[in-house]
Design a protein around this ligand. Structure first.
Ligand code: FE2
Ligand code: FE2
Length: 318
């Protein structure tokens, strides 16, 4: 008896496209186009790296938190980010990626992480601003990913988004507390918002006219909205929050447009974004050096875990 012939690639592809079109999920055992697998690995890895590197700017303030309560909140938040990295590296592994290889690519600079984490945190108000604006922008980006076409990634995003919404709230609450404080505290908040507003808008990536992979990613259900759509959504969500907080967003062109039912806003400095992405932001070198050091310092843990696993496997062998 001969085995049934494997379905031809055209048939497999038709099945894949039908699943994506029906907004159902592609699972690790399913056939998928190589480009889809590669794009997802790149996107998930970049996302995982961002979670891990994103621990650094705020981790910088854990030992200097102004109270036990603030320290407990910040510790919980930074630990969540480590957890997000873990879910995402695991999701990448379901596509055949190797975690050690992804780490090598991060610390060699071959793979990117979010541009926002290359900016310094100069005051405790930055912890609040990062929660409010950076985690807020991450939520705008990530909520649609919960409906993405790849099962393990979309399921990881559901949990991550719940935790991101805690991050956003703790940041906003921190800023609200400072805005009810002294003039010096209000000035710290305003200075922090001035520094983080434009980099937060850049988190959505280059303008649509300069984003060549968007169309393919949308066709594959990896991406649900364009960069400019998400940026607009973020601005519309954030302006009323800024008003409630009593801070000014540093954009003279920001104005309600009744015809569009949205806010008009100025153009981010795309040359700055390109510089930060290509490794020339204020903290790129520092972030990678820190990550590399942490990786090297952890070598003995990986060796011990591997030795333990090998011994346990030996003991189980008949
Ligand atoms: Fe996160
Ligand atoms: Fe977060």
């Amino acid at each position: 008896m001969t085995a049934p012939a494997a379905p031809a690639e055209a048939e497999l592809n038709a099945r894949f496209e039908a699943v994506v079109a029906a907004q159902e999920r592609i699972e690790p055992r399913d056939w998928m186009p190589e480009g889809y697998r590669r794009t997802l690995i790149r996107q998930i890895a970049q996302h995982a790296h961002s979670e891990i590197i994103g621990m650094q700017p705020e981790g910088n303030w854990i030992s200097r938190a102004p109270s036990l309560r603030r320290k407990a909140i910040l510790l919980a938040k930074v630990q969540d980010e480590a957890g997000h990295g873990l879910y995402l590296y695991s999701a990448a592994e379901t596509l055949g990626a190797d975690r050690a290889d992804l780490t090598r690519r991060l610390i060699s600079g071959a793979q990117k992480y979010s541009s926002i984490f290359n900016y310094p945190t100069l005051s405790y108000a930055d912890v609040g601003t990062i929660g409010w604006l950076v985690d807020g922008a991450a939520i705008c980006n990530q909520v649609p990913l919960c409906r993405g076409s790849y099962g393990p990634y979309s399921r990881a995003m559901i949990r991550i988004c719940k935790e991101e919404s805690f991050h956003q709230r703790q940041g906003y609450e921190l800023l609200m507390t400072m805005m009810r404080g002294t003039d010096a505290q209000r000035a710290m908040v305003q200075d922090s918002v001035n520094r983080f507003w434009w980099p937060s808008l850049m988190m959505f990536g280059p303008p649509d006219t300069d984003s060549p992979n968007t169309a393919q990613s949308m066709a594959w259900g990896i991406k649900r909205h364009t960069n400019d759509e998400l940026r607009q959504r973020f601005v519309d969500m954030t302006v009323p929050q800024a008003e409630a907080l009593g801070v000014t967003l540093p954009d003279p062109d920001l104005a309600w447009n009744p015809e569009r039912g949205s806010y008009d806003f100025g153009e981010p400095d795309w040359a700055e974004l390109r510089a930060v992405i290509s490794g020339n932001g204020p903290c790129n070198a520092q972030r990678l050096a820190h990550r590399r050091r942490a990786h090297e310092d952890g070598a003995w843990v990986r060796e011990a875990a591997a030795a333990f696993a090998a011994r346990a496997a030996g003991e189980e062998a008949p």
